[in-house]
Design a protein around this ligand. Structure first.
Ligand SMILES: [Zn+2]
Length: 95
């Protein structure tokens, strides 16, 4: 555990897609919502939802990277199928 000389006014988190650190305000917080059909990964733009959060850039490339390396289950500590459809609203259309 190092403090890394991080300025106390700047909170950074690691994007689970591209794995780069960025200001927390540049990232979207995601939380896992357990349901009957599996777990839905839900954006938490106001960062008020309880539970473990993961952070992702609102960028379709980061979403794709995170999806490909199955980063959601690992970051959110959930197993089983994950519904990521809500994240398309955050990252915009993939094109
Ligand atoms: Zn990213």
């Amino acid at each position: 555990m190092t403090t890394d000389g991080v300025d106390s006014t700047t909170v950074t988190r690691t994007c689970i897609g591209c794995r780069s650190r960025d200001d927390v305000t540049a990232l979207v917080r995601l939380v896992a919502m357990p349901g009957e059909a599996g777990t839905t990964v839900t954006p938490d733009p106001r960062r008020t939802m309880p539970g473990r959060g993961a952070h992702l850039h609102p960028d379709p490339r980061c979403l794709e990277l995170a999806r490909r390396r199955r980063a959601f289950g690992r970051a959110l500590r959930v197993e089983g199928p994950l519904d990521l459809t809500l994240l398309d609203d955050v990252t915009g259309p993939r094109d």
